[in-house]
Write a protein that binds this ligand. Structure first.
Ligand SMILES: [Ca+2]
Ligand SMILES: [Ca+2]
Length: 120
């Protein structure tokens, strides 16, 4: 009985994940920072970027780069850092976790260093 419950919960989670990915694709855009395409920006997106940069995961479709490149200069380790800073609730100057259309991938640029750390 417990096994059946686990299977049902797993199936529901998969259906929710698929529907979230489908809704993003159907809307013709993406969520900036959502590198793994599950519809939310969490630490797993940082891991996905790191895996691509370490060539442990491929990005044949370019979707990870498109969603993970939060500052618009190509996918690099700074994008992972910016997402981590977003998760730590620093100012969100790169509009991480906001929806952008694929046909109009406007990427607002900061006018100064957005994440200058305060001196302690
Ligand atoms: Ca995600
Ligand atoms: Ca970048």
């Amino acid at each position: 009985m417990k096994k059946l419950g686990v299977m049902i919960i797993s199936a529901i989670c998969i259906m929710i994940s698929v529907s979230m990915i489908s809704s993003v694709s159907a809307a013709g855009g993406y969520i900036r920072g959502d590198a793994d395409g599950d519809g939310i920006v969490i630490i797993d997106d940082v891991t996905t970027i790191q895996m691509v940069l370490a060539e442990l995961e491929s990005d044949e479709t370019g979707i990870i780069t498109m969603c993970g490149d939060v500052d618009g200069n190509g996918l690099d380790i700074s994008d992972a850092t910016f997402i981590q800073m977003y998760l730590a609730e620093y100012e969100n100057i790169y509009h991480i976790n906001e929806f952008f259309t694929v046909t109009d991938p406007t990427k607002p640029k900061p006018t100064n260093d957005p994440y200058e750390l305060p001196l302690v």
